[in-house]
Design a protein around this ligand. Structure first.
Ligand code: PFF
Length: 434
């Protein structure tokens, strides 16, 4: 089977696709609203510190394990030690569960793209958004549409589907983002938004915020569900990954920063609240778009941007479980994709309905959507990463030259794998459960 594995057609394909996985709703939707909730600039400072240091270790680790074992996630763990394969079954399961709520937001984005194409004259976007997600059938259809689009690219394979989608949508995303940043910076009082982003208020610094920054950094880098491990397993050449890992981290951070620079000046220019939470993108921004010249064009560009980001990440979320099905059960990619379409839809449909007819169905006091979001982001992603770091640190015993060519680097990397990242992750899981 190993010989039938696909490989990236070039290093550029690997980098752009991995950046495509990292840059998603986490950057353009989640990052600005979490930054808004935790006080702006000070959160940004902590976030940059964490993403450029601690996150390097698990990100490198996942890619490295994939690259050296050349296996999908379950097989990769198994090749380290037979008993670990059950631990790693958690990775594709996490992928399917993340897909089941992430793709619902993808459906919402499609609706907003359609909406921006017609002159809708909506006065109360808050009410519009609640009514839209509470209508049972339409959001389900859009969720299925978004799942189908992601599955389409997955089914077409690494070169013709996944690479192609990323090579098309990532440059589009960058161009639209820069265009929208320019528009936003030219709004009146834009500098207030920049001050909010870049002038730290140290009184807002607290442990909870540090953990929120850590959780956000893991989520945005796609660490913890085998997506990167699978992407790493498609690397053919034996080159050091250090430069690639820093390119991924830098690009992901640049996209998140630009998303902030696009959103906050606009929010402050219209005297809106920067801490309106998840509704920032679906309620606050549409209100702003309705009030600026060429608002429809700008809204359309923004939601295409969001769609591109969600799509390239969505494809990576599916690839882990897809590769596992292909290699474990020796089935074709098309068949694996169809099976995944049904499994994800089977969970995503009731989850979409948790905003309407299934609103009363509660698991540990949470609706299905909130439960999936909470369990995957706060528990499963950190737990999976914890296992992988401990396994690499204590069993694999990575030696100099394998990853990092200098001795101090290898020493620090191993200390990080064995102690620093696991301690940070245990705190994250503990805080998540509190
Ligand atoms: N990194 C993606 C984002 O920022 O939206 C989300 C994600 C993709 C998480 C793939 C996990 C994953 F494996």
């Amino acid at each position: 089977m190993e010989n039938n594995r696909p490989f990236w057609t070039s290093k550029y394909s690997f980098i752009i696709t991995t950046i495509g996985s990292a840059v998603g709703l986490g950057n353009i939707w989640r990052f600005p609203y979490i930054m808004g909730q935790y006080g702006g600039a000070i959160f940004l400072a902590v976030y940059i510190l964490i993403i450029s240091t601690i996150c390097f270790i698990p990100l490198m680790n996942e890619l490295y394990i994939g690259k050296t074992t050349k296996k999908e996630c379950v097989g990769a763990y198994e090749s380290i030690n037979k008993n670990f394969k059950y631990l790693d079954a958690l990775n594709p399961i996490t992928g399917v569960l993340i897909a089941s709520f992430y793709f619902i937001v993808g459906g919402w984005i499609i609706n907003y793209i359609f909406k921006s194409l017609v002159n809708s004259n909506i006065n109360d976007w808050g009410q519009y958004f609640s009514a839209f997600i509470q209508a049972p059938v339409y959001p389900c259809i859009l969720t299925l549409l978004f799942i189908s689009i992601c599955i389409f690219f997955t089914a077409k394979g690494l070169k013709n589907g996944i690479e192609r989608a990323n090579k098309l949508f990532m440059p589009l995303l960058a161009v639209i983002l820069i265009f929208l940043v320019i528009v936003s910076l030219n709004l009146p009082n834009a500098q207030k938004g920049l001050e909010y982003m870049f002038k730290p208020d140290f009184s807002k610094l607290n442990f909870h915020m540090v953990l929120a920054a850590l959780g956000q950094a893991f989520f945005t880098l796609s660490i913890g569900m085998g997506a990167l491990l699978t992407y790493g397993s498609y690397i053919k050449e034996d080159k050091s990954l250090v430069k690639s890992v820093y390119t991924i981290i830098l690009s992901d951070t640049a996209f998140a920063l630009l998303a902030g620079i696009m959103i906050f000046p606009a929010v402050f220019s219209f005297n809106m609240e920067p801490n309106s939470g998840a509704g920032l993108v679906f309620v606050t921004l549409p209100k702003i778009f309705s009030n600026i010249p060429y608002g429809n064009l700008i809204a359309f560009s923004f939601f295409i941007l969001l769609f591109s980001a969600a799509l390239t990440s969505g494809i990576s979320i599916i690839e882990g479980p897809c590769a596992t099905l292909i290699e474990r059960f020796k089935i074709t990619r098309i068949r694996a994709s169809i099976i995944l379409f049904f499994i994800i839809s089977f969970i995503a449909i009731p989850t979409t309905l948790s905003f309407s007819v299934l609103g009363d169905l509660k698991i540990f006091g949470k609706t299905l959507f909130d439960f999936l979001d909470f369990t995957t982001s706060n528990i499963m992603l950190p737990v999976n990463t914890l296992f992988l770091c401990l396994i690499s640190g204590w069993y694999l015993k990575i030696k100099g030259g394998d990853i990092i060519r200098n001795k101090i680097g290898v020493f620090l990397f191993n200390v990080g794998l064995k102690f620093i990242v696991p301690i940070a992750l245990v705190c994250l899981i503990y805080m998540g459960l509190k």
